[in-house]
Design a protein around this ligand. Structure first.
Ligand code: TPP
Ligand code: MG
Length: 610
């Protein structure tokens, strides 16, 4: 979504408060949704929404972290910036995990927190963090925002708004914080509002043509090229360009968490996921590539098998061509043969043109790499089959995902958060287009999926939105269902309820030993298993809810959810016991083993990449 086209200024000076200037600017930027919680610190700003109700939605949240996740889900589903408004003090500090999540994944979000009145700053007024500096919340947020503003006069507000949008949108995107003192929200000034689009560029950053030519030459010489798509492909809306290059070269395509959906997963060149929890074909293709073209991917430990050579990647034996909007990412984790800074769409478009100009499309279906890929995809399906067809009770999450994928329309937006549901959806739940898979890739926080799905559904009311996440995640932020009920947001919340922190329990038992479980099984004081009645919680908050214990009922439950037109929770009772809860590990992840665990520790140390 381009924001520049929607911005208009006013030639006539008007007397407006700081709050009014902010709201007016949001409307002129095309912002339609702002999520917030009121408090004394933001009432003057919130009041400015009252007379503009027809033009912008100020919507409630029940927790500021969730307000931020809702804005995040809204952006990830639509590419449209949403806002967050909170009070001062705890209202502001509650946003931090939300802002960090957007920051880690390089996504814009406008967070506006109430600040201390300029004339009382430093006195330690109610909810002021006044040590070691007055009104100090922005310093807490500083590591997770691209830029923060703290205006001290209402005259500064118009320029702050223009700069805030420029900061969120230019280059590598990210969240911005406006900490607005209460008097600045309420004071009025006569202003002539500028056209925001004149305060930033809408042009794309094209890469260096010489380096694009070098990349094309390398790819044309390659025998086993592989494309690795990260979140940058989705941000730049470069799916078509990615596909064109893949098909021209016959190159298998794999994705990171953030890149999932950038390439249709039923395409014959899709190589499935790579990384420690990636797939057999994904890891086989990446580690045996002679040239790897990475686009907008930062090579985190999850995607690289904790940098252990030859498991997911074998760079520099594999020559790396790396495209990224942020030059710092080039070569950060692996040495590059060619590094190109710029916008993924612009560079992939130019690279494709150069490939067409200097080479010939490959008849890849006859090639060894493609045949190998096809065989590995069959092997991978076989590998997944036992847990997909286990037909046990409690069910396996794999079976739930199979049934859910069958029941949900092709264009469904699936939202996950950390843990097994995130990893299993990554691997076992195909998606077919960009912005149809939403997950906190960098922060991987539990509690993200439920509020983010509310935001996504508000952004995409005509598309089914289904969050898939664990009971632990539900217990973190599930009370946000109150907001879904109040707004009547008909998202589907499919909870893999296994009565514990399942993924971590498996780490404890698989990595440290059968007797090493600690606080990962939910239990009552008498040692009995405890499990939340999640459908019951949903109903108590005014949503629909049902418990499902049989995999054959997942599809019908999803159908009922879609027909209900209401926020709908499916409480799917799943196995916590292994092997039914195990992930399909095909790579390696560096989980440190305590020194007192003797042989296990020695094996771990021997096996790690560093
Ligand atoms: C906010 C946050 N706290 C802690 C973690 C560590 N963590 C990762 S997975 C996990 C277990 C999640 O349990 P649940 O949501 O029930 O999913 P399950 O593994 O049981 O399927 C935890 C606690 C995290 N990722 N995010
Ligand atoms: Mg669980």
């Amino acid at each position: 979504m381009k924001h520049d086209k929607e911005v208009k200024g006013t030639a006539v000076a008007r007397e407006l408060t700081g709050g009014q200037i902010i709201v007016d600017h949001l409307i002129r930027e095309g912002v339609t949704h702002v999520f917030g919680i009121p408090g004394h610190g933001d009432t003057a700003l919130m009041d400015a929404f009252v007379d503009r109700k027809e033009e912008i939605n100020l919507l409630p949240a029940m927790h500021e972290q969730n307000a931020s996740h809702m804005a995040d889900g809204f952006y990830r589903a639509s590419g449209k910036i949403a806002g967050v408004v909170t009070s001062i003090g705890p209202g502001a500090t509650n946003t931090l995990t939300g802002i960090a999540t957007a920051f880690a994944d390089s996504l814009p979000q406008l967070v506006i927190t109430g600040g201390v009145h300029t004339y009382m700053m430093g006195r330690g007024v109610l909810q002021e963090l006044d040590r070691p500096h007055s009104d100090n919340f922005p310093r807490m947020a500083e590591p997770v925002v691209k830029r923060w503003f703290n205006p001290s006069h209402v005259e500064q507000v118009p320029n702050m708004m223009e700069q805030a949008f420029n900061a969120m949108l230019e280059g590598r995107k990210g969240p911005v914080l406006l900490n607005v003192p209460q008097d600045v929200q309420a004071e009025a000034v006569s202003v002539e509002l500028a056209d925001g689009s004149k305060r930033r560029t809408a042009s794309r950053a094209f890469g260096d043509p010489e380096y694009i030519a070098r990349a094309a030459a390398l790819l044309l010489k390659s025998q086993r090229p592989v494309l690795l798509a990260g979140g940058g492909v989705i941000q730049a809306e470069a799916t078509e360009e990615l596909k064109a290059i893949a098909e021209f070269l016959g190159a298998p395509v794999t994705t990171s968490f953030m890149g999932k959906g950038s390439f249709p997963e039923d395409h014959e060149l899709f190589a499935c996921a790579c990384g420690d929890l990636g797939s057999i074909p994904g890891n086989a293709m990446t580690r045996s590539a002679d040239v790897l073209l990475s686009i907008g991917c930062r090579f985190s430990d999850r995607i690289t098998s904790s940098y252990k050579q030859g498991i997911t990647f074998d760079i520099p034996k594999t020559k790396l061509i790396q495209i990224d909007i942020d030059g710092f990412e080039i070569g950060k984790n692996y040495p590059v043969e060619v590094g190109i800074v710029g916008d993924a769409k612009a560079i992939l478009g130019a690279l494709h043109a150069e490939l067409v100009r200097t080479g010939k499309p490959r008849n890849y279906r006859e090639g060894a790499q493609f045949k190998e890929l096809e065989a590995l995809k069959v092997e991978w399906e076989e590998f997944l089959r036992p847990l997909r067809t286990a037909n046990v009770q409690p069910m396996t999450a794999s079976q739930v995902l199979v049934e859910a994928r069958k029941a949900l329309p092709r264009n469904t937006v699936v939202v996950t958060d950390s843990s097994n549901p995130q990893n299993q959806v990554f691997n076992e739940f195909p998606v077919y287009g960009p912005r149809q898979h939403i997950t906190p890739g960098g922060m991987s926080g539990i509690g993200f999926a439920l509020p983010a799905a509310i935001g996504a559904k508000l952004a995409k009311p005509d598309v089914p939105v289904c969050a898939i996440f664990g009971d632990g995640a539900f217990l973190q932020t599930g009370t946000e269902l109150a907001t879904a009920a109040m707004l009547g947001t008909p998202a589907i919340f499919l909870v893999i309820n296994n009565g514990g922190w399942g993924a971590i329990r498996n780490l404890q038992l698989n990595m440290f030993g059968e007797d090493r479980e600690i606080i990962t099984n939910f239990k009552t004081p008498d040692g009995k298993s405890w499990m939340a009645d999640i459908a019951g919680v949903a109903k108590s908050l005014g949503c629909e809810g049902e418990r499902v214990v049989d995999a054959a009922e997942i599809g019908p439950a999803i159908k009922r959810a879609m027909e209900s037109g209401k926020p709908y929770v499916i409480d799917a009772i799943c196995a916590i016991e292994r092997p039914y809860s195990n992930m399909h590990v095909t790579g390696w992840w560096d989980i440190t083993v305590p020194a007192y665990l003797g042989d296990l520790r020695a094996k771990y140390v021997k096996g790690r990449g560093f």
